[in-house]
Ligand binder design. Sequence first.
Ligand SMILES: CC(C)(COP(=O)(O)OP(=O)(O)OC[C@H]1O[C@@H](n2cnc3c(N)ncnc32)[C@H](O)[C@@H]1OP(=O)(O)O)[C@@H](O)C(=O)NCCC(=O)NCCS
Length: 196
Amino acid sequence: MVPSKQNTGKFSIRKATETDLPVLVDFLAKLALHVAGAPPHTLKIEERERLMDALRSSLSDPDKLIVVAESTSTRLVGMGYLYAWRNQGIWEQAGDVELKSGIIDDVWVEPDFRKIGVFSAILRELVAFAESHDIDELVLEYAVSNQEAAATWTRLGFKPTGVRAAAFTTNVRNALAKRQRIRNLQSGSIEQPKGN
Ligand SMILES: CC(C)(COP(=O)(O)OP(=O)(O)OC[C@H]1O[C@@H](n2cnc3c(N)ncnc32)[C@H](O)[C@@H]1OP(=O)(O)O)[C@@H](O)C(=O)NCCC(=O)NCCS
């Protein structure tokens, strides 16, 4: 269990509570805009409510932990979230081997509190929580364009292990159609009329 407070100089680290939720929603909004490279704007009320509900349910879930950093003036200055993810190893399905990963998400530190170890302190708590849940692998995603995230995660021991690729559905449909036309031309077959 996370200690209620851990003093680390100019800020302290603790488990998030219900009263933190409005600020945490603001952090998530800033994070989404940061990742998208979009200018600040206000969240729609329904979106705010949805995020509040999601965060609220995490507070009472024993497999999830939200940790916050608080400045000496009790202003929240950062957050981090981890949830335990269970999956059956594909080669172990004959037995009852369960793999457990800790998924790290929703990481935000206010700009004026960066590079002074706030996130490292949050991560220490997430790691302790993961270990208390017998989780020995931590997993996270960040955008390739997010240079500070890449730098931070590398410093903290994370290495890329895969590539997450994304495409618009229409682009994939067009690519498939193009491939099909090329294959048809190569094989000399006549393109099927639409609807067949
Ligand atoms: C990424 C982020 C959470 C880092 O938080 P932070 O509190 O500044 O991190 P820390 O101070 O604990 O730094 C951890 C390590 O990363 C390094 N680091 C942090 N930011 C860095 C940067 N911009 N460039 C290079 N190294 C950086 C620190 O020097 C430190 O390494 P050290 O201990 O060897 O000195 C913060 O920059 C942030 O909120 N960014 C915007 C949101 C975001 O990108 N979230 C992650 C999405 S996955």
